[in-house]
Write a protein that binds this ligand. Structure first.
Ligand code: ZN
Length: 522
């Protein structure tokens, strides 16, 4: 473990607040369909830079860093439609705080620009991350935000934040490039961008002009070791997609850049220098070039979780399954995890002999695979809360499908059965979401008891609200990412049982479910 370090952020003159580069898009707003990996042009083979294939932008399996966790920080949230996730590297809590501090002004500005709660579509702010490099010398993450302001106006940014473990600083992307190679770097970027028909070079002129003052701060690596350079997607193209180019890295990298490249291509545990035993070195991102928007760094094959039909599916009912036709059944549901702290809630449920239903975020399931396995082993049901917690009602059919199937893939990798239960983030659904859910064989599980645990983060209030609002057949919503919620559940379970309730999973509560249908209670 590395000593705790006081991080200071090295800045380029443009500063990180400058709206940088591209993002991963979420297809929101009626964008184009998400491509399947095979539909993405794999590489601009025509590029004069292509002595080696450009490869695909790297995102790493989070298992390379044991104990890596998502910090799902709702204390940053100023509204109902905010989802903020940052990386939490063991021993590097100061880094998470630095990233969080950096995000705060952007959030404040967004909140100030979206007063009140207007009408749907509601203002939405999402922040997500991907691990892109890891070694005892350097850890890299790609941070992306999506902002949907008043009337759905889209903004957001992407940056790569490079943690220099030896120096104890967060370095900007410019530090990957040797100072005397700046001109050559931008020259290669300009050439590559000019070859991309989907990039409007004029619109990103300032970013590629020849120095870092234009705000470029999203540089990583591809699977073949090239530099991956992302642009401000709100400028580079009309689409919301991830927009960038892969350029040759030879001769360009600083000493730090070379260490970062090694950490991207052959990632190791920052504490031990060991590579992860069970994981592949890297997972390519399909949107290698200026490909159209993809809802997440890798697009699942639609077949991965596709059910055979939209017929109602009966839940297996062992003889000891509670009979909810006769009993006062209640289903406890927990959203947004798993995070490391979810283990404490699992401890409570285990000690009380309660089985619950967890609607997990795919990105968090990928980070905390062992907790998915534990949920299954201890009799809980794992449902799908999408890959990156986007408001699905903004997305196209294929964007919705990708958000769901990628999460299901991560859940299955964790050891759970393919989910048949979907909880749309924010409870936001419409005819398109219902149609996609039905085609994937999934029912939409809403709720009718909401203690607003994310808002107050007060165990006593959460307990009192759940006990006051629960009725026979209720589905109770909570969030296992909050310590205050986890701490409330021993008392909630005791209180519900004292009122004669039987605590069951959602499948036990509902019995036969119909794909696509919305359920608020039994
Ligand atoms: Zn949620």
């Amino acid at each position: 473990m590395h000593p705790q370090i006081a991080l200071r952020r090295r800045r380029t003159s443009a500063g990180l607040a400058a709206a940088v580069a591209t993002m991963l898009a979420l297809a929101g707003c009626a964008v184009q369909p998400a491509p399947s990996p095979s539909s993405v042009p794999p590489s601009p083979a025509t590029s004069p830079n292509s002595e080696v294939a450009p490869g695909l932008p790297i995102t790493l399996d989070p298992a390379v860093i044991p104990g890596l966790d998502s910090s799902v920080d709702e204390t940053l949230q100023a509204g109902d439609y905010y989802y903020i996730s940052l990386p939490k590297v063991p021993g590097q809590e100061a880094w998470t705080k630095a990233l969080r501090d950096e995000l705060t002004p952007q959030l404040d500005r967004f909140t100030a620009s979206t007063p009140g709660t207007a009408k749907a579509p509601y203002p939405e702010f999402d922040a997500n991350w991907d691990l892109v490099a890891s070694s005892p010398k350097v850890v890299g993450v790609r941070l992306s935000t999506d902002e949907y302001g008043v009337n759905g106006a889209f903004a957001g940014k992407v940056e790569y934040a490079w943690l220099d473990l030896a120096g104890g600083v967060i370095r900007p992307s410019s530090d990957l490039i040797a100072a005397d190679q700046t001109a050559e770097f931008f020259s290669r970027v300009r050439t590559a961008a000019a070859e991309e028909s989907s990039i409007d070079a004029e619109l990103i002129r300032t970013q590629i002009a020849g120095d870092w003052k234009g705000g470029l701060n999203a540089v990583g690596f591809t699977t073949t070791g090239r530099l991956w350079v992302e642009f401000d997607r709100t400028k580079a193209t009309q689409a919301h997609g991830s927009v960038g180019v892969a350029i040759r890295s030879d001769g360009l990298l600083s000493e730090f850049g070379q260490a970062a490249r090694t950490a991207a291509l052959t990632p190791t545990d920052p504490s031990t220098g060991q590579s992860a035993p069970t994981t592949a070195a890297s997972t390519p991102v399909p949107s290698a070039t200026s490909a159209p928007a993809s809802p997440s760094p890798s697009i699942p094959k639609p077949t991965a979780t596709k059910s055979t039909s939209a017929k109602p599916t009966a839940t297996p009912t062992p003889s000891d399954t509670p009979n909810c036709r006769k009993l006062k059944c209640v289903a406890l549901t927990f959203d947004d995890g798993p995070v490391a702290g979810t283990a404490t809630l699992l401890d409570v449920l285990k000690s009380k002999g309660v089985h619950a239903t967890f609607f997990v975020v795919g990105k968090n399931a990928a980070v905390n695979r062992s907790l998915i396995r534990r949920m299954v082993n201890e009799g809980h049901v794992v449902g799908n809360h999408t890959w990156s917690h986007k408001q699905l009602t903004r997305l196209t059919d294929s964007g919705i499908r990708a958000e769901i199937t990628k999460a299901s893939d991560a859940i299955v990798k964790g050891g759970a059965p393919t989910p048949t239960l979907l909880r749309p983030p924010y409870g936001a659904t419409n005819a398109t979401v219902s149609k996609v859910a039905a085609s994937l064989g999934m029912a939409q599980i809403m709720w009718n008891v909401d203690p607003l645990d994310w808002k107050d983060r007060n165990s006593a209030k959460v307990t009192q609200r759940v006990l006051a609002a629960t009725r026979p057949g209720s589905i109770v919503l909570s969030h296992d990412i909050h310590p205050t919620t986890r701490a409330a559940y021993a008392a909630i379970i005791d209180g519900l049982r004292a009122k004669g309730y039987t605590l069951v999973t959602v499948p036990q509560l509902l019995g036969t479910i119909t794909p696509g249908k919305k359920y608020f209670r039994r």
